[in-house]
Design a protein around this ligand. Structure first.
Ligand code: NAP
Length: 267
């Protein structure tokens, strides 16, 4: 599994992590993923999966990196502190590796939210601070609101069919050492199955490249995401076999020419 830096923290993370939104696979697929080096697990207070993440990481807590999120509806100072305690309880741990603001909320001053998260870092309950679904201007504003610690990641939608972040956000994050966690990297599974007829140009090229590379289309779609140096992909699967397949998206690289072919075919 190839590793990528988390912002400027010196922490290295696997370029394929394990998503858990609408996850119902139990502990086994998560344990299989961790065993293969995908030791970054993403959850959120709103997912109802923090408890299964806690069960899957029991006894191996120090070997995993748990990223969870405070809901965009809980961004008042006291709400953040309460939400973090609840997440810690469900995760059955005494620290969260990465605490992310799930969505921006313009009705709460970002300074108030970030002050609460900085207090959580001061007390050791949180190690690193991230955001999610933040545009460049929202990210800038959040960074300016920090008094002690940096924002090390932004979790955003990114896959072959959804490429809005390429214009502004990826270049900005590369320049400012903010790691991108690419969510829905398989476009909710639509990049995982090639339709039997009337295939799009993109799916045709994805299949050709998968055949050339002796990889599956899923592995090519994920490797395309992580071909950017600061992008980590967090696919979700309920199945152990598919989690193993997803982990096989790392440890090799599409050529520059293959990346460009995919860029063009899905543009
Ligand atoms: N921050 C945010 O606002 C936000 C929003 C959405 C998602 N996320 C995070 O990103 C993670 C991933 O995104 P996602 O769950 O929306 O979508 P995704 O990972 O793009 O796709 C998940 C779908 O693909 C299927 N799948 C996974 N691996 C497969 C494989 N190897 N072969 C065939 N099908 C496969 C899964 O089915 P099976 O489970 O049956 O394998 C599931 O239906 C989430 O779980 C969550 O942690 C964050």
């Amino acid at each position: 599994m190839e590793l990528k830096p988390l912002g400027n923290t010196g922490v290295m993370l696997p370029e394929i992590g394990l998503g858990t939104w609408s996850y119902s696979g139990g502990v086994d697929p998560l344990r299989k993923g961790i065993k293969l080096g995908a030791y970054l697990i993403d959850t959120a207070e709103g997912y109802n999966t923090e408890d299964v993440v806690g069960q899957a990481t029991k006894g191996i807590r120090k070997r995993v990196f748990i990223a969870t999120k405070v809901s965009g509806r809980h961004l008042r100072y006291d709400q953040v502190l309460r939400a973090a305690e609840e997440s810690l309880r469900k995760l059955d741990t005494d620290y969260i590796d990465l605490y992310q603001v799930h969505w921006p909320n313009s009705s709460v001053p970002i300074k108030e939210t970030m002050r609460a998260i900085e207090v959580l870092v001061d007390s050791g309950r949180v190690k690193y601070i991230g955001v999610s679904n933040f545009s460049v201007s929202e990210l800038r504003e959040a960074q300016a609101a920090m008094s002690k610690y940096p924002i090390v990641s932004n979790q955003v939608l990114y896959n072959l069919n959804s490429r809005d972040i390429e214009r502004e956000l990826i270049p900005y994050c590369e320049k400012h050492q903010v790691t991108i966690l690419a969510y829905t990297p398989l476009d909710s599974g639509s990049l995982a199955k090639s339709p039997p007829f009337r295939r799009s140009r993109g799916m045709e090229v994805l299949e050709q490249i998968a055949n050339q590379s002796q990889k599956t289309i899923v592995q090519v779609a994920l490797n395309w995401c992580t071909s950017h140096p600061n992008v980590i992909a967090i696919p979700k699967s309920n199945s152990g076999a598919r989690t193993i397949e997803n982990c096989g998206a790392s440890g090799w690289r599409l050529s520059q020419a293959q990346v460009e072919l995919l860029d063009k075919a899905f543009s």
